[in-house]
Design a protein around this ligand. Structure first.
Ligand SMILES: *Cc1c(COP(=O)(O)O)cnc(C)c1O
Length: 491
């Protein structure tokens, strides 16, 4: 913790006897108390004693100490931090939705079930799948659910020996983790120098223990996996299923559908592609789609449309069981459906191409000063391997921190692990040409500073409340409450 943090974040504003309210005097007989003596506490509670302006300024200033999509450009690769239209938040917060109770009988919540069912249908159309469940709470949770569907499928065919899941070495860390949690062995498949799956390596790893192959497309280095038809044929011929990690479906919108590419099971991150602000860890939803023939394994409970046109919530015996309480994170579905209907079929088809255009624009205007290990064109995102000129000792971490001084959130750094100085940039489709230009200008200026004034970059950021936190110290002695902060200040 440095001194500047204390100066900017003074949490202890309490002064004995100060308050920000005045209640009317007791208008009853002064011997009649509002509360009987027996119900009163002997001592006042230890609450902060503050006046109203101090409270307002404390919270207003605290709210600006963080960075969000609403405060600036947030090109965090693999996370799709796009701008989320405010009307979607307003709809999710509306009284009729915010006051729903999960135990209400189905016939009293037909409107909510319509939203759930229509979103299921829309995602099935977008993904090219037969059916979706919305129940999982996040991408990783969707992966687990999808892999449990695959497990249930193999078990239903008396195929318990299929206990292995193939995962490319470029995959998001959640892929091998989810496979392990679902009880599978994980076997890694190598990538070629261009970042795509090495089909020969895959071929050597196929046998009758393979339950599934997980793929991310575009993959985590932003490349389109051009061999998917061949990969799908090889895996299917070996008796395995194809799993599509659709956390980054954004560039595919309006371009291609996983179901048409030969995938059997997929998940989507609503909180990346379909409008839910997800900085700070939540909330989210990781719906899972399946091709025809796998619907019966989807988790309970399920929303179905009855022949009379009304909706019901049912549980089925063939299901893999429950993976969440009730029907998941409902307000995230409201935002997603509002986003899809707001854009409409015609405009949703522009999302992927525009996200791809923006990424290629930034890539091409920076590749002479930053190292591009995999030549473009890219899809929605791309990876630099640090600055081109490494002689100055300025690292990816330094560049990321210096960007904060220019009002930009850092890209994803040191991921994927394929390169030493990864700097992964995803601009998204919601940014204007002017925003991209000023980001490019800042990145170029930092590259210039790295050569001419490296200390300025190495000591950045200079203008944020927290400059250089000690990562180790923060993990060992986390300061998570104002009491911790005051104790740290006084020690
Ligand atoms: C974000 C992401 C995930 C995990 O999603 P969570 O909602 O954070 O669990 C999985 N795969 C890829 C490719 C991702 O980008």
């Amino acid at each position: 913790m440095n001194r500047r943090l204390y100066d900017k974040l003074i949490f202890e504003h309490s002064r004995a006897g100060r308050h920000g309210y005045s209640l009317p005097r007791n208008s009853f007989d002064r011997h009649i108390d509002e509360l009987p003596q027996s119900c009163r506490r002997a001592e006042a509670p230890a609450l902060p004693e503050v006046d109203e302006p101090t409270v307002v300024r404390h919270y207003t200033n605290s709210s600006t100490n963080n960075f969000g999509v609403d405060t600036g450009f947030y090109p965090l690769g693999s996370c799709t931090m796009k701008y989320n239209p405010k009307i979607n938040d307003a709809l999710a917060a509306s009284r009729s939705i915010a006051t729903l109770h999960p135990m209400q009988p189905a016939d009293t919540v037909q409107g909510a079930l319509t939203i759930y069912w229509e979103l299921q249908r829309a995602l099935s159309e977008i993904g090219g799948m037969a059916e979706f469940t919305l129940n999982p709470f996040a991408g990783a949770h969707g992966e687990l659910t999808g892999l449990l569907v695959i497990k249930a499928y193999h078990l239903s065919r008396q195929n318990a020996g299929r206990d292995t899941v193939l995962v490319p070495d470029s995959a998001h860390g959640t892929n091998p983790a989810s496979a392990a949690v679902a009880g599978f062995k994980v076997v890694e498949v190598k990538s070629l120098p261009d970042g795509t799956v090495d089909v020969d390596d895959l071929r050597s790893k196929l046998n009758d223990s393979v339950a599934a192959m997980m793929m991310t497309n575009p993959n985590t280095v932003g490349m389109f996996e051009k061999n998917i038809p061949e990969i799908a044929r090889l895996v299917h011929d070996a008796g395995g299923l194809m799993y599509y990690d659709g956390a980054n479906l954004n560039p595919m919108l309006g371009v291609a559908r996983p179901g048409d590419m030969g995938f059997d099971v997929m998940h989507i991150n609503l909180h990346k592609t379909f409008s839910t602000p997800h900085g700070g860890g939540g909330p989210g939803a990781g719906p899972v789609g399946v091709r025809k023939g796998l619907e019966c394994f989807l988790p309970n409970p399920r929303v179905v449309k009855k022949t009379d046109g009304t909706f019901d919530v049912i549980c089925e015996d063939s299901s893999l069981g429950r993976i969440s309480g009730w029907l998941g994170n409902f307000t995230v579905y409201v935002r997603a459906l509002a986003y899809i209907l707001g854009l409409g079929a015609e405009n949703i088809a522009k999302v992927g191409p525009l996200a791809t255009l923006n990424a290629n624009y930034v890539l091409n205007r920076l590749k002479d000063v930053y190292e591009l290990p995999i030549p473009g064109p890219c899809k929605h995102e791309f990876v630099f391997d640090g600055l081109k000129d490494k002689s100055t000792g300025v690292t990816t971490l330094n560049v990321a921190k210096r960007l904060l001084d220019f009002g930009f959130h850092a890209p994803t750094i040191y991921f994927p692990l394929l390169f030493h100085e990864s700097l992964m940039i995803e601009p998204t489709e919601t940014e204007s040409r002017e925003t991209l230009d000023s980001f490019i200008e800042a990145m170029r200026r930092i590259a210039d500073e790295a050569t001419n004034d490296p200390e300025t970059v190495k000591n950045a950021p200079h203008d944020t409340p927290v400059s250089h936190p000690d990562d180790t110290e923060a993990a060992l002695h986390p300061v998570t409450t104002w009491q911790d902060l005051c104790a740290a200040q006084n020690s």
